[in-house]
Design a binder for this molecule. Sequence first.
Ligand code: NAD
Length: 421
Amino acid sequence: MSQNIQFKDGQLIVPDQPIIPFIEGDGIGKDITEPSQRVINAAVKAAYGDSKKIVWKEVLAGKKAFELTGTYMPDETLEAFQEYLVGIKGPLETPVGDGIRSLNVALRQTLDLYVCLRPIRWFKGVPSPIRYPELVDMHIFRENTEDIYAGIEFMTGTEKAIKFRDFLINEMGVEVIRFPETSSFGVKPVSKEGSVRLIKAAIQYAIARELPSVTIVHKGNIMKFTEGAFKNWGYDLAETEFADHTFTWKQYQQIEKQLGKAEANASMEAAKASGKVIIKDCITDAFLQESLLHPFDHSVIATLNLNGDYVSDQLAAMVGGIGISPGANINYNSGYAIFEATHGTAPNIAGTGKANPGSLILSGAMLLEYLGWYKAAEHVYDAMEHTFSKRKVTSDLFSMMEGATLLSTSDFADEIIRNIH
Ligand code: NAD
């Protein structure tokens, strides 16, 4: 019998037939949703026979919702995600016009989904611009609710911008606004709570999956009280709450200062050997280079909103692009989670059968992992890899692969299902 997922004492309680709300999405959303669900259903069946099953429940958002209900995000949709806790969505077009909020932002804010999680791994056979894509296994934890993306902006010339500028100059003694008469302004809130809950989720994820490190990626060299504080709060958290499970770069430096490099190296090696997660940090611009040159040096990445936006797309491009890059927005304190295709609505190919359903399928696999249905998720990963290694792909990858077979969206999903053993 189908049932709701519950969240008690920090744990998800998942019935054998959980109801999972889904938003089909705009543009290629219609093309990729049904094939993706077929793959997920087949993987669950292969793993658990008839003893477990996902009960898909469509909820409306975007253009389809507007056509059927006159609103882009009906209250029932938000309520469904609250009631059922875990859901999945296709891409949604951001409607153009004043006063209309991005639908994705509305979902994120209502459910306070503070982690944007993007796992980045390479599947054998997928074309990559880097030399050793097989060494890429990164997991990005991007803070999803704060930073310069909070939406606190004042356009030059407006009453608010003038008031804000005068406050900065007259009350705060700011003297460095280069062109005060024509400046627009944006505010970058970064809180201790917001930073700590994000970095905590990243460290817990690394510990649970026995991953080697968490890199805090930041621009604290320039923005000391926001990005720099983010880094410091991260180190403090690791050294207090996770002292038994982590060894930090700061601790390394302290030992080096007191006892010398050899001793610090020995401590680092001992920590690694005992399975401790190494907590380090990297300046964002250096990280973008580092991740290309030495991707194997980084495992879990914890970063603020804007950095996370750039980092996510670069890393996705390293392993095959947005067509196969999954994502999730999660609140680990309430259990709420929405898994999603990370690409947009791709209006240029909607309805043509060219869309790659890989991003949504892999987001579905992430959902399975979140439910604790790891065996089913493994079936998806294995079958996907098998399909790529046989060079059977959709049009986005076809043009980059020699000797490949071109499949439509639906045929690609069928091929994956055939490869689920
Ligand atoms: P897009 O991701 O839709 O498209 C960029 C390019 O990638 C296009 O050439 C497209 O054909 C291709 N592409 C995207 N997904 C693909 C797939 N699965 N298979 C093959 N090719 C794929 O980005 P855009 O054009 O900047 O945005 C279009 C719309 O999507 C906008 O309204 C935007 O607001 C929205 N959007 C939504 C989300 C979301 O819902 N999470 C994310 C990004 C953009």
